[in-house]
Unconditional design. Structure first.
Length: 336
């Protein structure tokens, strides 16, 4: 039996969504230690999976590897369609676990396109491989116009920068009780609409932000500068997405971000991918205080309270709060 354990990831945004530039997409993201996926697989004659959401991924992996089947057990799972990269981590974990059960060596990066992963952002694959803070190089624009190549007819975007993040940093995640983030055909249609209208000037501003602020902050472990830069990246991306998600941030993310950004211990806050997860960067000493603020903010949003104003009647906690460490390593694989 082979066990694969891997955390989620934050997707802070893209470097370019305009067809006017040479490279399209170019993801920016961070690997997290929590929440995590823990999946184990062993040989079988058929597919036997105890997790309904994981079953289609396992079936696709079994077909791709041309093996008889697999018994797969999911002991911990990532929140689905919450902006934490559950799909890619699940697909790659299933691939590596089933391949390991059959003593087959696989390269997740090379195999990801055949599993439908890495067709837009390469952050999920890169964080599965090595963790850390990652910037990918995107895809050639002439191949990824408003109609992307057929599934599997791409290579995963190359990693152009990667840095370990300080162990004392903490990302406080607020996952509101809201509808799932976009995925599948709905996400493809939204992205097509965004790319068709994207302002190329935003990409030019992001280029300066990434090279002059975000990358140096990651390389030197400057939390204040990193938080400020990643928050700015999210706002600039939000300008591209505003028509598709109902504002710079998908509601209720904006209210949560405003509240958390006002906390003195928060270096920066933003929305991960399509949401609904919101993250706030702090350090280990203040993580509990920021987590308390996130719980209050979730309760106020759930109860109809205004951002910045406490609710007099907190009838619901409004969601889930997770304190996550950066993960500076790839997925853990063990034979048992």
């Amino acid at each position: 039996m082979t066990r694969v354990t891997v955390g989620g990831r934050l997707h802070a945004g893209f470097q370019n969504l305009s067809l006017a530039h040479n490279r399209l997409y170019g993801g920016v993201g961070v690997a997290l230690a929590e929440p995590r996926l823990d999946l184990r697989a062993e040989r079988a004659d058929v597919v036997d999976c105890d997790d309904e959401a994981a079953t289609p991924y396992v079936e696709r992996v079994v077909d791709h590897l041309d093996v008889p089947g697999a018994t797969v057990r999911v002991d911990d799972e990532l929140p689905r369609h919450a902006g934490l990269g559950s799909g890619t981590q699940l697909a790659l974990a299933a691939l590596v676990a089933v391949a390991g059960a059959y003593d087959v060596e696989v390269d997740p990066r090379a195999r990801a396109p055949a599993l439908g992963r890495g067709g837009r952002s390469g952050i999920g694959v890169a964080t599965f491989e090595r963790g850390g803070f990652v910037v990918d190089g995107g895809h050639p624009t002439e191949r990824f116009t408003t109609a992307p190549p057929a599934e599997g007819e791409w290579t995963v975007p190359p990693v152009v920068a990667r840095h370990d993040l300080p162990e004392e940093w903490r990302f406080v995640l607020a996952v509101p009780d809201a509808g799932p983030g976009r995925s599948g055909d709905e996400e493809d249609e939204s992205m097509r609409s965004v790319v068709e209208r994207a302002d190329p000037g935003i990409a030019e501003e992001i280029a300066g932000l990434v090279t002059q602020h975000l990358l140096p902050a990651a390389a030197t472990g400057d939390r204040a500068a990193f938080g400020s830069a990643v928050a700015r990246l999210g706002r600039l991306n939000g300008a591209w997405y505003a028509d598709e998600q109902g504002g710079v941030y998908r509601p209720p993310a904006g209210a949560l971000i405003d509240r958390l950004s006002d906390e003195p211990a928060v270096a920066g806050a933003g929305q991960s991918s399509w949401g609904p997860t919101v993250y706030a960067l702090t350090n280990a000493n203040y993580a509990d205080d920021v987590a308390d603020a996130a719980r209050d903010a979730l309760s106020d949003v759930a109860d109809g309270g205004l951002a910045g104003e406490p609710s007099s009647d907190r009838r619901s906690d409004g969601g889930r709060v997770i304190v996550a460490r950066p993960r500076n390593e790839g997925a853990r694989v063990a034979d048992e």
